[in-house]
Structure formats: C-alpha cells, structure tokens
Design a binder for this molecule. Structure first.
Ligand code: CAA
Ligand code: FAD
Length: 379
C-alpha cells in the first residue's frame, strides 16, 4: 500500500490550487451575492483542460485519472463551489456518460466540444415529482419513427442556462417501469425547449440552476444513448462517478473552511493570547483535521477503485455521505471559531457553510447514499 501521490498528481493539485487562489478567489464574494455565474473563470478552466479532465485525448480530453480529478475538485472547492460544480457536472455526469456509453457519432459531435469546454453540458434526471424517487419519471419521449417527441419538465438543473447540450432522461415505455426509461442528447435552441427562471438559492449561488421545459421537442433517433431502455442504468452508472466528484467538492469546502479557521485562530487574540491557545479551539481543530483526513481517504479510495476498473458504487456513496456530513460540521465550527466575524461575508466561512448544505442533497441525498450502501452490504 502506498499513500504517496505521484509527481503528476502533485502538479495537478498545485495547478488547481494556484487557479483557485488567483482566478477564483477574487470576486467570489460578489459572485455569490449577485448570483453571478463564473463565466470567465469557467472559460479559463476549459482552456486549462479541467472540464474534460478524465476524457481521452482522442476526444479533446486531458486523459487524467479519477485521483487527479478528486485532487483538483478539492482545491477548486476550497474557494468556489459554484465553479467546481460546473467542473463536476461537465466531467463526471456529462462527458463520462458520453464517453462510456455514447456512439461514435455522439462522441464526435458532442463529446469533443464538451471535453474541450467549448460547450457546457447538463444532466437532467430530476423532476418536480421525481428527485430521490428517480424511477418515477413523468417526462415522456414517444417513438415517432425517425425521431422521439419529448415532453415534460426537469427541475433543478445545474448549468441550466449556460449549457449547450443536455442529457435528458425520459420515460419511453411507461408500462415497463424503469426498464422503459431512455436518455437523449438534446440541444439548446431546438424548437419547444425552454429554460425557466434561475433559482434563488441558499448556497452555490453562482451556479445557474433552472427548470427546463420540453414541449413536443423533436429528438433525432441517433441522439438516444445506448440500447432501448438503457436510460435508468445510464443514470445510475453515471451517478456512481458523479458522487465521487461531489464528495471531493464537499471535502474541498470542509478543508477550505478548516484552513481559514486555523489561520484565524492564530491571529485572533482573546484574554491575552491567540484563541488557538485555548484548548477548546485546539480540540475543535483536531476534530476537523481528523474528519477531513478521513473524508479525503474515502474520496481517494473511491477514485482509485474506479481507476483500477473495480466496483466503486458503494465506495463513492460512502465518500459522498461522509464528506458531505464533514463539510456541514466543519463549516459550522469554522464560523464558530471566527466568532462574529464568521457571520459576515468578508471572512468567507459563512459562504462555505451555506455551500456545504447542497452536498448533502444533490446527486442523491444522504438518506439515498445510505440506501445504496446498505443495499450493497446486505446483498
Ligand atoms: N448500476 C447499474 N444499475 C443500477 C444501479 C447501478 N449503480 N443502481 C440501480 N440499478 C438498477 C437496479 O439493478 C434495478 O434494475 P433491475 O430491476 O433490472 O435489477 C434498477 O436500476 C432500479 O433499481 P432500484 O430497484 O434499486 O431502484 P429504486 O427505485 O429503489 O431507486 C435509488 C434506487 C438508488 C434510490 C435511485 O433512485 C437513486 O439513486 N435516487 C437518487 C437520484 C439522484 O441521485 N439524483 C441526482 C440527480 S443529478 C444531480 O443532482 C446533479 C447535481 O446536483 C450537480
Ligand atoms: P425528495 O426526493 O423529495 O426528498 C425529500 C426528503 O426525503 C430528503 O431528505 C430525502 O433524503 C428524503 N427521502 C426521500 N426518499 C427517501 C427514502 N426512500 N428513505 C429515506 N428518506 C427519503 N438534478 C438533476 O437531475 N440534475 C442537476 O444538475 C441537478 N442539480 C441540482 C442543483 C441544486 C442546487 C439542487 C438543489 C438540486 C439539483 N438537482 C439536480 C436535484 C437533486 O438531485 C435533488 O434535489 C435530490 O436528488 C433530492 O430530490 P428532491 O429534491 O425531489 O427531494
């Protein structure tokens, strides 16, 4: 067993760390306050290859492994989780799904511009009445011979307005239940495709979250991914990897808040000494550091299993479950360590605390991760 990162991994981590400090940190408070999508920053992330990190160079990707992805996601999320969720969705939900299961035509036409970041992608599974209960899809895609006719509404879609390409999961044969679900590549601008207003959110306020509405949208047959009825398996398989990305995002939010708390505790003096000299602050920091390290190990283990071609569904759910709980706990404690200063925007930790919450909800709530983990351990 070897816990040492390779030189390449260290370089990637450093590149992401530098990017976060120089490009994401300036303006992050304003973007959060005004719900401004980090458009320029995402463009630069694309130029550096972060939007198609794990995609083969044959399709314009950087050809890196999942461990590299976790390292990059942690660093970016320490500073700006609204930007890192764009990296996560584009890499692990959209590009991965297309590379693993798409046809040559789909890879050529869609994966290439998505991996280079020329286009952004969105993953559209959730609906007003189908979130955790993902098999109860109400969106329908009726087979019309040479095309499908898509109708329905998708909720809470990340990159909702900024994406050019959406992977839309829809019910094609309702009588077959989850075996009648398919997934389609749908382009923005097709007739009948409308984007709802931006959601006004508690956290990741720079990320653009929208409902998407489809009214008689014609989807060419060649835009269905995989065999007829493959859509639910596609969603589950893709989410296995997506959850590693969100686990790493949660890890980054936690470690970003922890680093700020350590620094502040050395600077702030009460009762004639830095607060880091009070044992109760030291113990908080010790708990934070221990839990963050445990979360990091779970993230890297899940990534390593994926890179080895071994099963990683349970490991990715464990990493997401644990890291997201650690993100919530750590950010609350980081605000506490900052006292009143923690409650105002300039010190960053209140934003990290608000951003942490979403990691317990999206890509499967903590309760859903427990379902996945327990089903596997009892099977
Ligand atoms: N791989 C392959 N197949 C899988 C699978 C996996 N990981 N997990 C389940 N399946 C298959 C099952 O084997 C089953 O098929 P068979 O009947 O042929 O055996 C089928 O899928 C249905 O599975 P279940 O009976 O387990 O289905 P369920 O209704 O009990 O639900 C669930 C399972 C795990 C709760 C699932 O619905 C789920 O993951 N829900 C959460 C949805 C979610 O994570 N949404 C995230 C949206 S994307 C997002 O949020 C992005 C973002 O924010 C940035
Ligand atoms: P519900 O499923 O209604 O759950 C409500 C509560 O009940 C939760 O606490 C849940 O854990 C609990 N619960 C439900 N079922 C069970 C059960 N069987 N046992 C125990 N507890 C249960 N979706 C996408 O498809 N694409 C995206 O890009 C995307 N981005 C998102 C971005 C944001 C900011 C948000 C808020 C959501 C996003 N989502 C996206 C949707 C997200 O995945 C869902 O919100 C999530 O899966 C939960 O679904 P729900 O909101 O319908 O909650």
């Amino acid at each position: 067993m070897n816990f040492e990162l390779s030189e390449e991994h260290k370089l990637i981590r450093q590149a992401a760390r530098d990017f976060a400090q120089t490009e994401l940190k300036p303006g992050v408070i304003e973007r959060d306050e005004h719900q401004k999508f980090p458009a320029e920053q995402v463009k630069k992330l694309a130029e550096l290859g972060f939007l198609g990190m794990m995609v083969s160079p044959d399709y314009n990707g950087a050809g890196l492994d999942t461990v590299s992805y976790v390292l990059a996601m942690e660093e970016l999320s320490k500073v700006d989780a609204s930007a890192s969720v764009v990296v996560s969705v584009n890499n692990s939900l959209v590009c991965y799904g297309l590379e693993a299961f798409g046809s040559d035509y789909q890879k050529e036409k869609y994966l290439k511009p998505l991996a280079s970041g020329e286009m952004l992608g969105a993953f559209c599974l959730s609906e007003p009445e189908a979130g955790s209960d993902a098999t109860s899809q109400k969106t329908t895609a009726i087979d019309m011979g040479d095309h499908y006719l898509l109708n329905g509404t998708k909720n809470w879609i990340t990159n909702g307005s900024t994406s050019s390409v959406c992977l839309v999961i829809a019910q094609t044969h309702p009588e077959k239940g989850h075996k009648g679900i398919n997934v389609f590549i749908v382009e923005k601008g097709w007739e009948g495709f409308t984007v709802g207003p931006k959601e006004n959110k508690l956290g990741i306020r720079g990320s653009d979250t929208h409902s998407l509405m489809f009214t008689d949208v014609k989807v060419p047959k060649e835009n269905r991914i995989g065999e007829d009825g493959f859509g639910f398996t596609f969603a589950m398989k893709t989410l296995e990897g997506g959850r590693i990305g969100i686990a790493a995002q949660a890890l980054g939010i936690a470690s970003g808040a922890y680093e700020l708390a350590v620094q502040y505790s050395k600077e702030r003096t009460t009762f004639g000494k830095p607060i880091s000299n009070h044992q109760s602050i030291q113990f908080k920091l010790a708990d934070m550091a221990t839990e963050i390290e445990a979360a990091r190990m779970l993230c890297l283990k899940a990534a390593w299993l994926k890179d080895q071609g071994l099963p990683y569904s349970q490991a990715s759910s464990m990493a997401k479950l644990f890291a997201s709980e650690v993100a919530m706990k750590t950010t609350i404690e980081a605000v506490q360590i900052h006292g009143g200063y923690g409650f105002v925007k300039e010190f960053h930790v209140e934003r990290l605390m608000r951003d942490a919450k979403i990691t317990q909800i999206y890509e499967g709530t903590s309760e859903i991760q427990k379902i996945v983990i327990s089903r596997e351990l009892l099977s």
